[in-house]
Design a protein around this ligand. Structure first.
Ligand SMILES: *Cc1c(COP(=O)(O)O)cnc(C)c1O
Ligand code: SF4
Length: 333
């Protein structure tokens, strides 16, 4: 795939992976020489940034839209299709539920911290496309302090999710200062981290990181596998390290047209997740987000798939099929 010789130590370094991520047309051609470039692609990733770790790029088997990993990660001209302009950038109205900078609160007892807007791979279907990749968003010390003050004043919030972007793109010490701050608040009982690194940057999960994380139990991690090809040896190892540190792992899949919108693919995914000790948690109906319309399926498709899965899989392998809404939160479909 690439002519450069890379040694194992470099390949297994998460910082090396980030430094060598595909962010432009030139790099895309270098990694996927057989790719057919559609015109206007540069305009797309200038609006919605592209980043693909070399590790994740290796999971692309066909350099076109028929390949699930290609479809998830490679920018496509259709994202800035003008017909899209009627769709909202913030379909969940998250920006209206920010009581203090850096914190989204859409539920009485749960709140979510936007720790960074950076991700190892920018998913083309991301519902936070409006800010994913923005360099101006990064939780500052003052913001963290203000969030903690707010959490102390609102002790009914007992469950805090550290999200983004991807919080595991922060270095260990920044991450630790967030965790320490949250653990100093008595009313915060549960801490959760939402991260896609086990899927797109599994080398981020190393002994040093899990030794830090396990000081903050009860700590839960939700990750984001969408397709069975993402469950590699490296991803398996990452999940094993986390599970061995006593961190319960859940998975949020997004139902994506021409990626995983069929029962056989999802049955294999959910079953294989259980084998690596990851519990399928949510299957999200794809939000109506600007720039991601080409991923949307119908609710009927989703319901038919769930019906089939219920007859084939055990209850523990079944996620809840939900749609996120701007006024009622997540609703079961
Ligand atoms: C989804 C979500 C939560 C947590 O939802 P659970 O259903 O408890 O996993 C909390 N805050 C925000 C803003 C969310 O989008
Ligand atoms: S990892 Fe999450 S926040 Fe980042 S682009 Fe993907 S879906 Fe969006």
């Amino acid at each position: 795939m690439t002519s450069e010789i890379v040694n194992n130590r470099e390949w297994n370094s998460w910082r090396w992976q980030l430094r060598h991520s595909i962010r432009s047309l030139g790099q895309l051609k270098k990694y996927l020489p057989r790719i057919r470039i559609t015109s206007g692609l540069e305009k797309v990733y200038k609006r919605y940034p592209m980043a693909i770790t070399p590790y994740y790029a290796k999971l692309i088997h066909h350099p076109d839209d028929s390949d699930p990993v290609f479809r998830i990660a490679v920018a496509q001209a259709i994202e800035i299709d003008d017909k899209d302009s009627v769709l909202p950038e913030d379909p969940l109205g998250e920006d209206r539920h920010v009581p203090v900078a850096g914190l989204i609160r859409r539920y009485k007892n749960r709140a979510l911290i936007i720790s960074t807007a950076q991700c190892a791979v920018f998913c083309r279907h991301c519902s936070r496309k409006r800010f994913a990749g923005s360099h101006s968003i990064r939780l500052t010390g003052t913001e963290l302090k203000n969030i903690c003050t707010y959490l102390k004043q609102n002790p009914e919030i007992n469950d805090v999710i550290i999200s983004g972007g991807d919080p595991l793109l922060l270095d260990n010490s920044s991450l630790k200062s967030i965790l320490l701050a949250l653990r100093s608040i008595k009313s915060v009982e549960i801490i959760r981290i939402g991260t896609r690194t086990p899927v797109v940057l599994p080398m981020r999960i190393n002994a040093r990181l899990v030794n830090t994380l396990k000081e903050f139990h009860p700590l839960y991690i939700n990750t984001h596998f969408n397709h069975p090809v993402e469950i590699t040896r490296e991803a398996t190892r990452a999940c094993a390290l986390l599970a061995d540190a006593g961190i319960p792992l859940g998975n949020q899949t997004v139902l994506l047209k021409n990626v995983n919108d069929n029962a056989a693919v999802l049955a294999e995914l959910f079953n294989n997740l259980l084998k690596i000790r990851v519990k399928p948690y949510y299957l999200f109906h794809c939000d109506s987000v600007k720039g991601a319309r080409h991923f949307k399926t119908s609710v009927n498709t989703g319901r038919d798939i769930m019906k089939q899965l219920r007859s084939e899989l055990s209850q523990i392998a079944l996620p809840a099929y939900v749609m996120d809404t701007h006024d009622k939160g997540k609703i079961a479909l």
